[in-house]
Design a protein around this ligand. Structure first.
Ligand SMILES: Cc1ncc(C[n+]2csc(CCOP(=O)(O)OP(=O)(O)O)c2C)c(N)n1
Ligand SMILES: [Mg+2]
Length: 698
């Protein structure tokens, strides 16, 4: 291929160097050729899915001129092939992902095509939920601001860096986009939003999507600069991109580029656009082709000759054909490797260090508060945030005692470590967790608090899709070391259905997520310390009822008391049956065991402490001795975590069992408000005792 310097002279056109124009035209042609090659490969059955970037090329290549690979951070959309090529991703890499090769740098064949990821270039591994990328992008931008003035192991930030996040017109309807704007504008973050508006979300026209174009909707947010322009116009995209990116870089606040682009192809290889667009509409989009437009203009202006363009096209096609041929020969992943890179648990000595017995005993909640102080003092990468977690607004902090969480577990953290390290968030759970994901991706150790487990659901997309898949989808290149603390559970006499639920099994069903559930103060400290050593997301469940129970109190354990993850505790030895339990049911099971002991029945009580992973060996070992297993939990029975323990026992302990595995759990309903109703609904010690009695006699 000839050097570009041979193709053009040193002049400028519309203020842009000829050389850059030709270079950019070449990248646009390359993106189009990569699309076309993949379509062909799809028809040939060599790739399994295809999604095109056609119509978006001029916008993305022009914008890339203002962005810096390996310096800025990128949360792209699947139509951003032209952007990633402009940033330096090789066409072969794009096609390696399409064929699902083991050599696909971003996912090793795990992700569908167009799910970009390249750590060296700062392209963050992409997920599919439309809009969910916006909140990690905010977290990434705020991490850059936090990291810049500090020296923190394993982190770096560049002066003037921006975070780029792109989405389609359809994706702007997602709540996560709006939750991200809230914080981007309030903190005036250096965020560059790109909304590539091609008028459709699969088949849904933009007019059916929202009451006005996104630029108009967003215009009420203070601090953001918004521009709408023709994204098929390379020169408009380049000029507006340069101006807005420079604004974001300057620290003046976020920007949003609302670019009107085209989508000449169907949404994807699974779609037929003729089903929902008229022939005239399809022809209109084809006529707005940004590649032909720039090519025509550059030829007409004499920047480049038709012959040179023809040569460029031939070269581009040849290079893409070579990339495809090479990708098709590349090895496919080893089928056995699908289970690799799900989780990497920290090495923690087992048995743990001596907890010591110094000092007075303190409550479970106070233990968590002290542990957070300890962890924050030891590691400046740790930041604690959520609703109400801060003490008070800085301006009156000296006049008040300080809030520090509705349960007081974060009290004094802001006062001790400053508002940069312990701060309140908007009342928006996806915002809390999503921002934590973005900060964790940058090497910080965020700790997001969910005030009540009952309100964790808006954050589910962030927990499940963004956080828990990060290691797996990137083959261990990106990790999300994040501790989500959530107050869970009932037995509160009057907290009702919205402040008392359990539901831990829904989270144990998420590969890549660690779920911890301590039942006493000492374990809470040991497990919380372990959680902060994890390189993967942890859901740390704090039972509200335990916060102030005398029976859950312990002396604050010495700092080397760190509990290994996935290790149960035998909290009462016994010989006739095994009760496996966790959380608030541990105490109730112990009470039941006392009652049973008076009747001559000896129960062994095992506190799992860690649900994902859970200690299968401890369960099996106990059942080997007792031959009877009862699982007791507070959560509702159907698909509760007890079902998993029971299924494990059926599989692995069958030969040791002398009776069916039984469960004591809440009935399949909600936790009611009125105390007597609540008592009747939630499992009590007497229920455990009765079930155990029957099991012992079976
Ligand atoms: C949360 C979520 N819901 C649904 C989908 C399925 N889906 C994939 S792309 C898409 C349309 C997106 O439209 P838009 O944001 O305008 O992007 P475009 O494809 O037009 O570039 C939908 C509904 C998804 N990936 N994520
Ligand atoms: Mg669209």
């Amino acid at each position: 291929m000839p050097e570009r310097a041979d193709l053009v002279d040193a002049g400028t056109y519309r203020g842009v160097a000829h050389r850059e124009l030709v270079d950019d035209l070449r990248t646009m042609l390359l993106a189009r050729a990569v699309d076309e090659r993949q379509m062909t490969l799809h028809k040939q059955g060599r790739v399994h899915f295809q999604i095109a970037g056609a119509g978006h090329e001029a916008l993305l290549v022009a914008l890339a001129r203002s962005l810096r690979a390996g310096v800025d951070w990128f949360f792209p959309y699947y139509r951003d092939v032209a952007l990633v090529l402009a940033l330096g991703v090789e066409p072969r890499q794009v096609i390696l992902q399409s064929v699902g090769s083991a050599l696909d740098k971003s996912s090793g064949g795990r992700q569908m095509p167009a799910h970009w990821g390249d750590k060296d270039l700062h392209i963050v591994s992409q997920t599919s939920p439309t809009g969910s990328q916006c909140l990690p992008a905010v977290g990434c931008a705020e991490a850059g601001r936090y990291i810049a003035p500090r020296r923190l192991a394993g982190t770096s930030a560049s002066p003037g860096e921006v975070t780029y996040v792109s989405l389609g017109d359809g994706a702007t309807s997602e709540g996560e986009f709006w939750e991200s704007l809230n914080t981007a504008c309030r903190l005036l973050l250096p965020l560059v939003y790109l909304v590539a508006d091609n008028g459709y979300a699969i088949s849904v026209p933009a007019v059916d999507q929202s009451p006005a174009p996104v630029a108009q909707l967003v215009s009420g947010f203070p601090g953001i600069e918004v521009a709408t322009f023709d994204g098929c116009d390379y020169f408009a995209a380049r000029a507006i991109g340069a101006r807005l990116v420079a604004r974001a870089r300057s620290g003046a606040g976020p920007v949003l580029l609302h670019a009107l682009v085209s989508r000449p192809d169907s949404h994807s290889s699974s779609d037929v656009q003729a089903k929902y667009r008229s022939a005239a509409q399809i022809a209109d989009d084809a006529a707005r082709d940004p590649v032909r437009r720039l090519e025509g203009e550059l030829v007409a202006a004499g920047v480049v000759s038709e012959a040179v363009v023809a040569q460029m096209k031939a070269d581009v096609h040849a290079s893409v054909a070579a990339a495809a041929a090479s990708a098709l020969e590349a090895p496919l992943p080893d089928p056995g490797s699908a289970v690799d890179h799900v989780l990497s648990l920290p090495e923690i000595p087992d048995p743990p260090g001596d907890p010591g017995q110094v000092g007075e005993t303190i409550h479970f909640g106070e233990t968590i508060r002290r542990t957070l102080h300890e962890v924050m003092a030891a590691d400046e990468r740790v930041r604690v945030f959520g609703e109400d977690v801060a003490d008070a607004h800085e301006s009156i902090l000296e006049e008040v005692a300080g809030m520090g969480g509705v349960f007081g577990t974060t009290e004094g953290l802001q006062r001790a470590f400053g508002v940069d390290r312990c701060f309140n968030t908007p009342l928006a759970e996806a915002n809390i967790v999503g921002r934590a994901v973005g900060q964790a991706l940058r090497g910080l150790r965020p700790s997001a608090e969910i005030q009540f487990f009952d309100y964790i659901w808006p954050a589910m997309q962030q927990i499940r899709s963004e956080a828990a898949t990060a290691r797996w989808r990137s083959q261990g290149v990106f990790t999300v070391p994040l501790v989500i603390r959530a107050a869970i559970g009932g037995y509160l006499s009057g907290a009702g259905p919205w402040h008392s639920q359990s539901g831990e099994s829904i989270f144990t069903h998420i590969p890549g997520l660690v779920v911890l559930f301590p039942s006493r103060a000492r374990d809470a400290a040991g497990l919380l310390r372990a959680a902060f050593r994890c390189e993967d997301p942890v859901l740390f469940l704090e039972h509200k009822h335990l916060f102030r129970q005398r029976y859950a109190m312990d002396a604050f354990p010495s700092a080397d008391y760190v509990l290994p993850i996935g290790k149960a505790a035998t909290v009462r030895p016994g010989t006739d049956l095994t009760i496996v339990t966790w959380g608030a049911m541990v105490h109730r099971s112990l009470l039941a065991a006392e009652t049973l002991a008076e009747e001559g029945i000896s129960s062994e009580v095992i506190d799992l402490r860690s649900l994902a992973p859970f200690d299968k060996e401890a369960v099996a070992e106990s059942v080997r001795r007792t031959s009877r297993l009862l699982v007791a939990h507070e959560d509702t029975v159907t698909s509760g975590f007890g079902a998993e323990v029971a299924a494990f026992a059926a599989d692995e302990c069958f030969a040791d069992l002398d009776a069916p595995v039984r469960r004591v759990a809440a009935p399949d309903t909600w936790v009611p408000y009125e105390p007597a109703l609540e008592r009747a609904m939630l499992p009590q010690a007497a229920d455990v005792a009765e079930a155990a009695r029957r099991l012992a006699k079976y």
